[in-house]
Design a protein around this ligand. Structure first.
Ligand SMILES: Cc1cc2nc3c(=O)[nH]c(=O)nc-3n(C[C@H](O)[C@H](O)[C@H](O)COP(=O)(O)OP(=O)(O)OC[C@H]3O[C@@H](n4cnc5c(N)ncnc54)[C@H](O)[C@@H]3O)c2cc1C
Length: 401
């Protein structure tokens, strides 16, 4: 481990491990099979103080560091990817953006909702604006005392279970002038015009819905708009800085999954005998286990380092990207290796490995693909912007102006 953990952190990790290896682990397969959001996991994590632990104490949270949240997420994800993701999204991403840039009223609202069990949804991606998120066409037009939002987002984690939504939209003034990108807060079932259109049938991570969300003439007061300190012009960049925490969190879920798979393989290769000896006595198996452990140690070091880089602010953009790329790609490898070491049993739905293999596949995609994050790393290394947009191209929303 690259960072020596304090006694408090070891205690926190052990507390998380106990919960994860108990009731969370016991229901992980069922959550996958039924595709139902695990409200019991939410309740258990809430009672253990794992929801909103990064929220400042002034708002009822624990004011914990990213690394504290990482330790909890890692343990949850070893047992159940969905519990890991809930721990991410109640400590990082949307909630962290609101706590950093929101008004007093917005911070209180978000803190209260998260601490009572809501996992906020963050709405950035659109059908025609994925990696090129700045090409979004969801717009918020100022009309009198209201903003009127129209547009569509898809692959929104928690769509249909989350109540609080942080919606990225292009903001236009009364005269139709583009002002920049802002984040709007809206509460499902309390805001007319916010519609959950459909749930995606996903390969893995089935216990949490991914949904298409539409905004049809959705009216919001100006007090629902988050304007980061540098104003709307830099709104998108600032909101995405907050998203670096989510990237570290997503990488941590992948880390937890690979550790869970590795532990199963370590145990099985000792128990399983072929040719009259445990299979871990074959050098081919030993080297496989050694390689898996190296990948895990390196991934954990990158994740912990990225988390620590954000002390008092947000994780460093490049470190967060490096950690997510490495962890997500190597987690796929490690789970695959573990599955192989189980032989036919690994391919059975009776074991968690096939679920882990489906779940882990997501992490090179969601929250910024491994390719696009490599662009982020390269841009940082070279110290220059690397524009990806074709010359003369204007996103639809602006082209229509
Ligand atoms: C399970 C899941 C949960 C998600 N949750 C959320 C959520 O809660 N909120 C939200 O807003 N979004 C969410 N997303 C969406 C996710 O962030 C996007 O899928 C991601 O940003 C990629 O966008 P895309 O799917 O449109 O792929 P595209 O942008 O269409 O990319 C397709 C391929 O092209 C490659 N590519 C694109 N541009 C470049 C480039 N410049 N250089 C090199 N390669 C490139 C990509 O890497 C990818 O391989 C989620 C996605 C998944 C799978």
């Amino acid at each position: 481990m690259s960072i020596a953990l304090t006694q408090d952190r070891i205690l926190l990790r052990d507390q998380a491990r106990e919960l994860a290896q108990g009731q969370i682990s016991a229901r992980a397969a069922e959550v996958d099979r039924t595709e139902e959001y695990p409200w019991d996991h939410v309740e258990a994590m809430k009672n253990s103080g794992f929801l909103g632990m990064t929220i400042p104490q002034a708002y009822g949270g624990k004011g914990k560091d990213w690394l504290d949240a990482v330790l909890v997420i890692e343990e949850m994800a070893k047992a159940c990817s969905i519990a890991g993701r809930i721990a991410v999204e109640t400590n990082m991403g949307a909630v962290s953006a609101i706590m950093a840039y929101g008004s007093e009223e917005q911070k209180k609202l978000a803190a209260d909702m998260v601490l009572s069990g809501d996992k906020p949804a963050i709405c950035i991606t659109e059908p025609d604006a994925g990696s090129d998120a700045s090409g979004m066409t969801t717009r918020a037009d100022k009309r009198g005392n209201q903003y009127v939002l129209n547009g569509k987002k898809h692959w929104i984690t928690g769509g249909g279970v989350s109540r609080l939504h942080l919606i990225f939209a292009k903001v236009f003034d009364e005269q139709g002038n583009f002002e920049g990108v802002g984040g709007f807060l809206a509460i499902r079932d309390e805001t007319e015009g916010l519609e959950i259109v459909k749930r995606e049938p996903t390969m893995g991570l089935r216990g949490i819905p991914e949904a298409e969300v539409a905004f049809n003439d959705m009216e919001l007061p100006p007090s629902s708009l988050i304007v980061p300190p540098r104003g709307l012009k830099k709104g998108f960049a600032d909101l995405m800085t907050a998203y670096n925490s989510q990237r570290v969190g997503a990488g941590t879920v992948a880390l937890g999954i690979m550790e869970g798979a590795y532990e199963l393989a370590l145990d099985w290769t000792e128990k399983r005998e072929q040719f009259g000896r445990p299979i871990n006595e074959f050098q081919g198996v030993q080297w496989r286990l050694a390689d898996m452990s190296i990948r895990i140690a390196a991934a954990q070091a990158l994740i912990y380092k990225a988390a620590e880089s954000g002390k008092g602010g947000f994780p460093d953009k490049i470190m967060a990207a490096q950690a997510k790329i490495y962890t997500s790609e190597n987690a796929i490898q490690v789970v695959n290796e573990a599955l192989q070491l189980f032989g036919a049993r690994g391919y059975s739905r009776n074991l968690p490995l096939e679920r882990m293999a489906r779940d882990v596949r997501m992490f090179t995609i969601g929250g910024g693909t491994a390719e696009v994050l490599r662009n982020v790393v390269a841009s940082g290394l070279l110290g220059k912007k690397l524009p990806q947009t074709r010359d003369g191209y204007l996103p639809k929303s602006q082209a229509a102006e």
